[in-house]
Design a protein around this ligand. Structure first.
Ligand code: ADP
Ligand code: MG
Length: 226
């Protein structure tokens, strides 16, 4: 058994005492694997990711996440802050105390990794939604992230870009040994992951291989709609 790069144990969180979102929630993602997190709207998926990066504080429980962590938002317009592609990726490195040469190298390496090196001087506003998400991912890669968390990164993309993005993240994760947790509600994206968690009533109520999870979810939805 490989050591988990993401580990939650008995995590509890609520916006108020009588409105718990996570209740003794536990999950583990082994190092180097690509896992997905599924659950209905409002089940707490975004809350869980925000707890993992430390944007929110849990009421109880333990969180262990390999550092550094990269985070990709559902809406890239909430994440990209600089006027051009190259400047945006470089901006993420300001706290790392690197030389100009090293920054240049990191930015090029990260843009190469997401196949966008040719767009380095392009203004952010001229990018498609899928390209913006890849820039956000390049930002995480440039910081040499060990863990990548993605909150419904395909939600605002057209179907073709959705498939491209998930395939590219899978390749990156495998090539670089990154551990990723990807939130989605699209069953077709399960094809690309090593495993998936189902979050319901504040807990992971099921987890497993993509094929068996897909079948279980289809059955659940069919019986719910009967
Ligand atoms: N900033 C907030 N203040 C109060 N309640 C919130 C806030 N953000 C989310 N919630 C509530 O927490 C629950 C879980 O939300 P969320 O984690 O966004 O779910 P998901 O990402 O699975 O759709 C929902 O009931 C939602 O209404
Ligand atoms: Mg959400």
């Amino acid at each position: 058994m490989t050591t988990p790069a993401i580990q939650l144990q008995n995590l509890s969180f609520g916006w108020s005492k009588d409105q718990p979102v996570l209740k003794n929630c536990s999950l583990q993602v082994p190092k180097g694997q690509f896992w997905m997190l599924l659950g209905t709207n409002g089940s707490g998926k975004s809350t869980l990711l925000r707890l993992l990066v430390g944007l929110l504080k849990a009421q109880s429980g333990q969180i262990d996440v390999a550092q550094p962590v990269g985070f990709v938002f559902q809406n890239p317009d909430h994440q990209l802050v600089m006027p051009t592609v190259g400047a945006d990726v470089a901006f993420g490195l300001v706290e790392e105390n690197l030389s100009m040469v090293e920054i240049h190298h990191r930015v090029n390496e990260a843009l190469d990794a997401v196949n966008l090196i040719d767009l380095k001087r392009r203004p952010i506003y001229a990018l498609s939604g899928g390209q913006k998400q890849r820039i956000a991912i390049a930002g995480a890669i440039s910081r040499h992230c060990e863990v990548l968390l993605l909150d419904e990164p395909t939600a605002l993309l057209d179907p073709e870009s959705q498939g491209d993005l998930v395939a590219q993240v899978q390749r990156l994760v495998k090539k670089r040994g990154i551990t990723a947790l990807w939130v989605t509600h699209r069953l077709e994206e399960l094809d690309y992951c090593d495993g998936a968690f189902l979050l319901e009533h504040g807990q992971v109520i099921d987890q497993g291989q993509p094929e068996s999870m897909r079948e279980k979810l289809i059955q659940r939805w069919q019986s719910a709609s009967r």
